[in-house]
Ligand binder design. Structure first.
Ligand code: URA
Length: 209
């Protein structure tokens, strides 16, 4: 199904033009405290799109998605699932880092429904340009952005879903969830389940090729 664009969407025909438009975004207040916008990254021919929540501290400083600790874990899991990150379009539901100061540290704050909704139009444009065969939502925020409703990860994980625009969608956990797990056994089990979800995505793509 064709991706439906917002009626007032800017006329962008390339990812480079989209990045430029995103850099000027003031659609919600998050741009005020962020360093750089973090556009999605990857080839416009990517068949697989991964959508995270929002940039973290390192992503905010570099302007690139998933380059910090969660990104390192994601890279490892992607490779173990037999996927080449260079062929994947990696992005976030929200393009600016939302944080609060705790001493000298900038602590991640979850984006609210308004911020997710305001940023959705950039994600709709990304999908319109890349036209992925499959999107994987990493965590509940990305799933809510893509589906337009909140879902329980435990219940929807691994099932074939459809994003608001008709793109095939799978939902899995966010790599930061794995980083927060304390016990070694829990971490090992949950990491294996994460890799299995990504491997399922790879199989879906192969069978659709
Ligand atoms: N977490 C995300 O959701 N996205 C990033 O780019 C980095 C961390």
């Amino acid at each position: 199904m064709a991706t439906e664009l917002p009626l007032d969407a800017p006329m962008v025909e390339t990812l480079a033009a989209l990045r430029e438009a995103e850099a000027a975004c003031t659609r919600c207040p998050l741009h005020r405290n962020a360093t750089l916008v973090v556009p999605g990254e990857g080839p416009d021919t990517a068949r697989l799109m991964l959508v995270g929540e929002q940039p973290g501290d390192q992503e905010d400083l570099s302007g690139k998605p998933f380059v910090g600790p969660a990104g390192k874990l994601l890279d490892r899991a992607i490779a173990e699932a037999g996927i080449d990150r260079r062929e994947v379009f990696v992005t976030n539901a929200v393009k600016h880092f939302k944080w609060e100061a705790r001493g000298k540290r900038r602590l991640h704050k979850k984006p609210n429904a308004h911020e997710i909704e305001r940023c959705r139009w950039w994600n709709d444009l990304e999908r319109a340009l890349v036209k992925p065969d499959l999107v994987v939502a990493l965590g509940a925020t990305a799933a809510a952005s893509l589906l337009g409703r909140t879902v329980t990860l435990a219940r929807t994980r691994g099932t074939a879903l459809t994003a608001r625009d008709g793109t095939a969608l799978l939902v899995t956990v966010h790599p930061s969830y794995l980083l927060r797990l304390r016990g070694e056994a829990d971490r090992t089990r949950e990491y294996a389940a994460f890799v299995a979800d990504l491997a399922l995505a790879a199989r879906r793509l192969r069978s659709a090729a």
